[in-house]
Design a protein. Structure first.
Length: 277
């Protein structure tokens, strides 16, 4: 049985609860069964659920984000991720279109054994690096997307920076302080400044570009960083609070969205508007 939603007394309490596994059992499966290569994670049951599409980073397979996807699903959020454009010559434009198609599938197909459905008015987008930039492109083209979160967002072609002013949905951008591939000053910061709606930029201390991923992958020989438990835990807590608030109206993480926490600080210069009143 799902826990009753309540606003937690401090940002620390909210972070501790929301960074832990949620109350729902989780199912995961293959999107290819409904026409698009990729993965889906859902609560074991529920109707009218919120859903997000998650975009993978350059050269990163979706399984490197499975723990994050399962975590969000345990809090009642359906997560779909297309596994297309995983090679070195990935098309950002086409991948952003695949992300929108994945949302079409989530909103239009009964999932699981038919006990799971998504509310088409509760859709969001998120992504890491290239996938973060593509989430911005998708949101600029698709007014159904009501919330956007990025992890170490990277510039894309067409430009995520140019698309950012067109997005009026609230956004949470997480930047890695020690990212050498998508440094905040060249990516997350200008995207945040250009954002067309309420936006918050947070910097995760000591985080590297691949800190958001999990497991071992050959791309670690080419790209900077490695999986980091602290980075992943902060990401789980913040994204859970953000999407529950933005898509489900669940306010238990409001204080977390408004305050600094250990290891992550709000960049006040590049933040405008409120994610939680």
């Amino acid at each position: 049985m799902a826990r009753k939603a309540k606003k937690l007394p401090t940002a620390k309490h909210a972070f501790v609860e929301l960074s832990r596994r949620g109350p729902h059992e989780v199912l995961h499966g293959d999107l290819a069964l409904v026409g698009l290569p990729g993965m889906v994670c859902t609560p074991s049951k529920g109707t009218g659920l919120p859903a997000i599409v998650f975009g993978h980073g350059w050269l990163q397979p979706p399984r490197r984000y499975l723990a994050l996807m399962r975590h969000l699903a345990s809090w009642g959020i359906v997560v779909v991720t297309p596994s297309t454009h995983g090679g070195p010559l990935a098309s950002h434009r086409l991948y952003s279109e695949d992300m929108r198609t994945a949302l079409d599938i989530a909103a239009g197909v009964r999932l699981g054994d038919g006990k799971i459905s998504v509310d088409a008015n509760k859709l969001g987008a998120a992504g890491h690096a290239m996938g973060g930039g593509c989430a911005v492109l998708a949101a600029a083209e698709d007014p159904r997307i009501k919330a956007v979160a990025t992890l170490a967002a990277a510039e894309t072609h067409p430009s995520a920076l140019d698309a950012a002013p067109q997005v009026t949905a609230p956004a949470l951008h997480l930047a890695a302080a020690e990212d050498l591939l998508a440094p905040p000053v060249a990516n997350a910061e200008p995207i945040s400044r250009a954002w067309g709606g309420p936006v918050q930029l947070r910097t995760i201390k000591k985080a590297t570009h691949l800190g958001f991923t999990e497991g071992i992958h050959w791309s670690q020989l080419l790209l900077h960083g490695k999986p980091e438990y602290t980075t992943q835990r902060i990401t789980k807590g913040l994204l859970t609070a953000f999407f529950l608030r933005s898509l489900a109206g669940d306010r238990r993480g409001d204080l977390l969205l408004n305050e600094n926490i250990k290891g992550s600080t709000i960049d006040q210069v590049n933040t405008h508007g409120k994610l939680a009143a």
